[in-house]
Design a protein around this ligand. Structure first.
Ligand code: PLP
Length: 375
């Protein structure tokens, strides 16, 4: 029998979360003269650990899918996705352009080397492009002083039939915690791209859920949002729960107790004995460890639900197991159900906070050895 651990992926929750994100654009739309943005559902990193094929199925109402990896983009096409696919880092070498052309992928262009490659490869059918501007993230994108020159070069390639549609994009660095920084990024984007034709794309999840944000981006242009984490039911904001945003967890990491014991006062628990029992207590061993993707940095007190009761992690997480406090769960026994995060358990955001990280990392890091069950 396999170990009793699994990640349950809920397609209805993924669908629900997409609808909640889309509604952010529609609700906001009723207050102004803006056309609601279309949605790129961001499915990089195997759909934040939920599985590309599951995402293709659940996000069928999205206008497009966005990711980094060419192989993942091809999987989307093989799974039957016919709408646009955006490669967020574009292409890395000239041979990528053959696949981009063959599978009709849209590419981000963020540096002049990519324009050189396009020009040299001169694909026979035009490639659709979003040209990225660095507005302060300082990761990918042309500098504002170079942007219009790059855009003009691509327009010349467009006239030669090498480039198809041309759009403009940027990425926010602090949409989760600084309205001021985001406003400055939007201002720089609008100023730099003013008058250039084409669709625009800017808002990640935090931007999507910030009132007034998308309406301020290139007013009058057709826009694409790019939500990611919210589609999976986690929050991009440190102080705002996914639940309060109307989102549902799409992944539930569950396992079982594989051992139960009582330890005396003064006994240490697990590697390093970093937790010591103050009094006699009942503890349980869960078949889930850091090799499954549970964060090793989670400390004593991290919430865990055992047989429907919220309790806590004790001591250090091992490679394949972790230990929990059963004092509040007297009925717990070998085989009792344990929810590490997700429906019926703590949120991935809570567990991440207890481990000094973010839910993004936990969801992406669930190990391939954990079987996925799709509901
Ligand atoms: C990851 C990513 C997104 C989505 O970000 P979330 O915070 O998960 O919503 C959007 N755009 C780009 C360029 C990204 O890399």
């Amino acid at each position: 029998m396999p170990r009793p651990i699994s990640a349950i992926i809920s397609l209805p929750s993924l669908r629900h979360n997409l609808a909640v994100c889309t509604a952010q654009f529609n609700i906001a739309n009723s207050s102004g003269p803006h056309a609601a943005p279309k949605v790129w559902a961001v499915i990089k990193a195997d759909a934040y650990g939920h599985g590309i094929e599951n995402a293709v199925q659940a996000f069928e109402l999205a206008d497009g899918l966005a990711m980094l990896d060419l192989a993942e983009a091809l999987r989307c096409r093989e799974a039957g996705w016919t709408k646009p696919i955006l490669l967020l880092e574009g292409f890395f070498e000239p041979s990528d352009l053959k696949l981009i052309e063959h599978y009709s992928l849209t590419a981000t262009v963020h540096n002049s080397e990519q324009i050189d490659m396009l020009e040299a490869a001169a694909p026979a059918s035009p490639v659709n492009i979003f040209v990225k501007l660095n507005t302060g993230m300082n990761r990918l994108g042309f500098e504002p002083r170079d942007y219009r020159g790059a855009y003009a070069r691509l327009e010349r390639l467009q006239q030669r039939g090498i480039v198809g549609s041309l759009g403009k994009m940027t990425h926010f660095a602090r949409a989760d915690d600084s309205a001021e920084v985001t406003r400055e990024q939007v201002r720089l984007f609008n100023e730099t791209t003013l008058g250039l034709p084409g669709e625009v794309s800017a808002c990640n999840s935090a931007g999507t859920f910030t009132p007034g944000c998308w309406q301020s981006v290139a007013p009058g242009s057709a826009q694409w949002g790019r939500p990611g984490i919210c589609l999976y039911g986690a929050s991009p904001f440190a102080g705002r729960t996914a639940q309060s945003m109307g989102l549902l967890p799409a992944m539930t990491l569950r396992s079982q107790l594989i051992c139960v014991r009582t330890i005396p006062a003064g006994a240490g628990v697990g590697y390093g004995h970093i937790f010591t029992a103050e009094r006699a207590m009942r503890i349980g061993v869960v078949a889930c460890g850091y090799a499954d993707g549970y964060p090793r940095h989670a400390s004593t007190g991290t919430p865990v639900v055992v047989d429907g009761v919220r309790t806590r992690l004790l001591g250090r997480v091992s490679m394949d197991m972790l230990i929990v406090d059963l004092d509040a769960v007297p009925q717990a026994h070998v085989g009792s159900e344990v929810v590490l995060w997700g429906e019926g358990g703590p949120s991935a955001d809570e567990v991440a906070a207890a481990a000094g990280t973010i839910a993004y990392e936990l969801l992406c890091a669930v190990a391939p050895r954990v079987p996925k069950t799709v509901i």
